[in-house]
Ligand binder design. Structure first.
Ligand code: NAI
Length: 332
């Protein structure tokens, strides 16, 4: 039996995690969950929102399913998410964003994969107050990390029959940092003559994504633009409730939805568990449980086809009601 780390998170985290675990169990996948708590709730007891045991668990098991963890704004500890990605060198944040059958949106032709660099940029957390009225935040871009993420994007494109990689930056303004990112992307692109390579500025990219998302395929971005643009692409296919993600490194992978802890709907049984279910489907593919992964995806799509939706998609189903409907479809 495979042991997988389970981080339940906070806010809507426990509700959606419970949904995903129940569905995986109902599909007959035997997993020994190594449950690890993290976030604000463990600070008092353990002195950190991300105790070493969590990092060690993911390192040992190699795979984790993670729910969102709240990061307080403007104070307190460094983000659990950023620290986890950095500590485990989960350098690639992979966020596929594709129309979901029966989920009606403004667009019918979205099939985009966001590849976000996950370890540096403004997320390096190098900030200081120069004086009481001036803050400095340092944007770090290295050739090594930029080439590594570009390589990941092109390899992904190659393995998944994708034909275009677009590097997205603000290199007209951040000439050195984003310029270096582009230089790295161009060098890697030259090794993949069969995959088209384009460059686009992030502001124009946002406008083009809203006007004509069908023109994009794989997007390659530094950390901050990747974070923002992947929320935009989530909006193209029905919102954060359906946007899946994965953080991938050389030795381990953490699968988690794009969305955060949604404090506005936490504890109300309203959350849409689709994003974590789709993330879990990719996790099952990663551990070679491809048949079960396909079964779960089909049961989820059948649930949408039956007209069962949570409130974020205009429906009336609760998180648990939606989960039960998927389980029923699994058993049919
Ligand atoms: P958020 O993604 O939690 O919520 C944005 C909006 O989307 C809210 O209206 C929320 O109700 C809705 N939403 C999100 N997920 C949903 C779901 N599954 N079903 C239905 N509606 C959903 O973003 P926000 O409010 O900016 O962040 C809240 C907290 O989450 C912050 O502390 C932030 O730092 C943290 N966060 C954590 C992440 C992680 O753990 N990987 C990622 C993003 C944010």
């Amino acid at each position: 039996m495979k042991t997988i780390t389970l981080i339940q998170g906070d806010g809507i985290g426990p509700e959606i995690t419970s949904a995903a675990v129940k569905i995986i169990d109902a599909a007959g996948v035997k997993i020994d969950w190594d449950v690890q708590t993290a976030g604000a709730d463990v600070i008092d007891k353990e002195g950190s929102p991300l105790p070493m045991r969590v990092i060690q668990s993911v390192r040992k098991n190699g795979t984790a399913l993670k729910s969102p963890v709240t990061t307080p704004i403007g104070k307190g500890f460094r983000s659990v998410n950023v620290t986890l990605r950095k500590e485990l060198d989960l350098y690639a944040n992979l966020r596929p964003c594709c129309n979901i059958p029966s989920v009606k949106t403004r667009y019918e032709n979205v099939d985009i994969v966001v590849v976000r660099e996950n370890t540096e940029d403004l997320y390096a957390g190098v900030e200081e107050m120069i004086n009481k009225d001036t803050a400095h935040s340092i944007k770090i871009i290295t050739r090594q990390a930029s080439e590594r993420i570009a390589k990941f994007a092109f390899e992904y494109a190659l393995k998944n029959n994708r034909s275009l990689v677009s590097a997205v930056t603000k290199a007209n303004i951040c000439k050195l940092s984003d310029g270096l990112f582009l230089e790295a992307a161009r060098r890697i692109a030259s090794e993949y003559p069969n995959i088209q390579y384009k460059e686009i500025l992030v502001d124009n990219c946002c406008m083009q994504l809203v006007q004509n998302p069908g023109q994009f395929d794989v997007l390659l971005l530094p950390n901050l633009y990747g974070d923002i643009v992947s929320d935009l692409t989530a909006g193209l296919i029905g919102g954060l409730g359906v946007a899946q993600g994965a953080n991938i490194g050389e030795n381990c992978a953490v699968f988690e939805p794009v969305h955060g802890s949604a404090p506005d709907i936490a504890g109300q049984n309203k959350a849409n568990p689709t994003a974590i279910i789709l993330s879990a489907v990719e996790m099952l593919n990663y551990i070679n449980e491809n048949k079960k992964a396909a079964m779960i995806k089909n049961a989820l799509f059948k649930t949408f086809k039956d007209g069962i939706f949570t409130a974020d998609l205009g429906g009336t189903s609760s998180c648990t009601g939606f989960t039960d409907a998927i389980i029923k479809n699994l058993q049919e």
